[in-house]
Design a protein around this ligand. Structure first.
Ligand code: NAD
Length: 355
């Protein structure tokens, strides 16, 4: 495509954003014609799911509070049995990417309509991507059936998100925007959204660390997370997301924390090959450089900065580097085994990038 040309495809998803918006869920369920909703959450958020089920009244057929991280297929099989038994005709998932993932997995198998009420900043609700795990292998599927029809963002539900998870989940969201800025299928509208998403999160996360109940900061963060999620859903991610996928899937590292640690290093790797994108990242962060600005944000907000802290053994560094170059994919800087090994080694030890 000639320079300056682009393709833009708007998402068909309906988004309701605000404070107290959970009250609209009954209306949204009716709009989709759902009569027998399955409400989905993790075990930790069962109470929130029960509150939602009460709001739905008779329109709720059952609650399934067994969603787990990385969408294990045996959990989906269990939920599918309930869908059949209760003749559910739609799902309402409340929670982070784990609850959303289960709603998506059911939609992929049944094409039932989905409503998602996100309570983290992971951004899964805005994508047609599903990562499923079977026998310790995580595979990613992309399908129009996976994209939820409606998202209800209620700032109130994010107030209980622990500070540590708020920060790492926020860094996870920023990662979506960063990779969208240099994606080969990006466009100027998505770049605006990405820079604004980074700005909103970089402003909000330190405020949330100061006061987790700060409604304005929580609103800013959730708004930023939405923008970043849309960018992820509209572009093809590169080295950063691939590395996190490998590290999470192969060494069972926690999702948001892994993103937080790897991001400054993946950005340092790509910094010289994507100067315009990196200038926008730095501007969004209010920093001189993208990689250094991201590392400073992690330090300032108490996010983890070492893969060793997340339980990755040192012996896994070589294996991770091998896996990263095993199947070629597009990245602004070509994949160089030695440099990627150094990137992972730096992230494992928590070195400041570019030093
Ligand atoms: P999560 O959904 O696993 O949530 C982590 C924990 O925090 C859970 O116990 C959850 O119940 C709890 N929690 C969430 N919100 C809370 C709140 N407001 N108050 C109190 N507790 C709360 O974590 P996540 O990082 O949101 O999601 C990770 C999963 O999402 C991974 O499986 C990842 O692969 C997937 N994901 C997928 C995509 C995609 O596009 N397919 C994008 C991002 C993440």
């Amino acid at each position: 495509m000639p320079t300056g040309a682009f393709v833009y495809q708007g998402s068909p998803q309906r988004v309701v954003f605000g404070v107290g918006t959970l009250a609209t869920v009954r209306n949204e369920v009716d709009r989709l014609g759902i009569r027998r909703a399955l409400v989905i959450s993790t075990a930790e958020q069962q109470n929130t799911a029960e509150v939602l089920a009460n709001t739905l009244g008779k329109t709720c057929a059952a609650v399934f509070a067994g969603a787990r991280m990385h969408t294990p297929t045996n959990v989906t099989d269990e939920a599918m049995a309930l869908v059949k038994d209760k003749r559910a005709d739609g799902t309402v998932a409340v929670g982070g990417g784990s609850a959303t993932g289960l709603g998506k997995a059911i939609a992929l198998r049944t094409d039932l309509p989905q409503i998602v009420v996100p309570t983290t900043y992971a951004g899964s609700e805005s994508t047609n991507l599903l990562g499923e795990t079977q026998d310790s292998r995580k595979t990613t599927k992309r399908d129009p059936k996976i994209l939820p029809e409606v998202v209800i963002y209620d700032v109130d539900l994010t107030l209980t998100l622990p500070v540590k998870l708020s920060v790492t989940s926020g860094m996870n969201a920023i990662a979506h925007a960063v990779e969208g800025l240099y994606a080969k299928d990006g466009n100027p509208i998505l770049s605006l959204m990405a820079e604004e998403g980074i700005r909103a999160l970089a402003r909000a996360l330190p405020e949330i660390v100061r006061d987790a109940a700060d409604g304005d900061a929580r609103t800013d963060a959730l708004y930023g997370a939405w923008l970043c999620g849309v960018v992820l859903g509209s572009t093809t991610a590169a080295l950063h997301h691939k590395l996190c996928h490998i590290l999470g899937g192969s060494f069972n590292l926690p999702h948001a924390e892994t993103h937080a640690v790897v991001l400054p290093h993946a950005v340092a790797y790509n910094e010289r090959s994507a100067p315009e994108a990196m200038a926008r990242v730095a501007r969004g962060l209010g920093a001189k450089s993208a990689a250094d600005g991201l590392f400073s944000l992690a330090e300032r907000t108490g996010a983890p900065t070492m893969l060793s802290e997340l339980g990755m053994p040192e012996t896994a560094i070589d294996r991770a580097a091998d896996l990263a170059v095993e199947q070629p994919f597009w990245n602004p800087r070509p994949l160089e085994h030695e440099a990627i090994r150094k990137l992972i080694d730096d992230a494992w030890r928590g070195r400041r990038p570019n030093r």
